[in-house]
Design a binder for this molecule. Sequence first.
Ligand SMILES: [Zn+2]
Length: 295
Amino acid sequence: MRSLIQVFAFVVACLPAAAIAQTAPEPLSKTYRVTRANDVEFQKIEPFKVFDNLFYVGPGYVSVWLLTTPEGNILFDSAQEPYVDWVIGNIKKVGVDPKSIKYIILSHGHVDHFGGAAKIQEASGARVVAVAEDWKMIEEAGSRSRVPKRDMVVKEGDTLSLGGQTFKFHQTPGHTPGVLTTEGITVYDNGKPYKAILWGGGGYRGGLAEAEQSVKSADKIAQIQGVQVNLQIHSWAGDDGYPGGGVLERGVMLKSRKGGAPHPFVDPDNFTKFVKQAQENAAKAVQEEKQKSKQ
Ligand SMILES: [Zn+2]
C-alpha cells in the first residue's frame, strides 16, 4: 500500500499548473489596477498615515498625498470623479481641515490626477500648481470634465517653500508634455527626517520624440541624489508593483511594523533600481520607435 505522502505527491503532480498558481494571492497592485479597477466601493480604501507629516488619502488605484506643515498643508494630485468628495472626506478623517490646504500640486495633465482639483480648490482655496504644457492639456480637457482654472505655472528649477519645506520642481516630460516632478519633500518618521521625491510620471505614450524625452527625463531623475522615499503617483508601478511592493503593499507592512523596525517606505536601493529600470525601458522605447519609423 502506498504511503499517504506518496498519494499526496501523486495528487499534486496531477494538478494542472493553473490550479496551483491560483492558490498564490494576487498582489494588491494588480487587484487595484486591473482586477477591480472599476469597483468604486472597493477602491475607497481608508486613508492612512505614512509618516508623521504625510497621509495617503486617495483611492486604491491613484495616489493623493497630503503633506502637513505648521503653516498649512499641501496636496499632491487630486484623483478624479467619482472619488473627489470621498477624498475630501478622507482629508477630514485624518484630522486636517480642507481649508488649511495651501497648494494642490499636479503631477501631470491626465484626468485621474487633476480631475478633483477644481472641487478641492473650491473647498480649500488652495493654489493649483502645474507646468504650462500640462495646464494646456488640462484646459483642452475642459469640454469633457470639470477642470481647474490656470493658476500657478512652474518650470524647471523653480522652488516653493512652506512651513519648513522647500521643494525644487523639475520638468520631466515624456508621459505628458509637462510632467512635474517635486524634489526635496521632507518626511519625518518619529521625528527623523527622510528625503522624498514625487516623480510626476515615467514612460511615454508613443512617438519617437516622446520616447526621447522620456530618456532625458529618466536621466534627470537619476541625477537627483539621496532619495530615500518614492512617493508613487499610483499605488502600483510596473506589472508587479514597485520592486519590494507598491504603496498598498508597503502600507500593509507599515501597519504591522514593530517598534524600531525600518520604515517600509524608506527604501533608497529600490528607488535606484526603479530609476535604472526606467532608463533601460526608455532607451529600449527609442530603439523600438526608430524601428517602427523605418517600416
Ligand atoms: Zn498619466
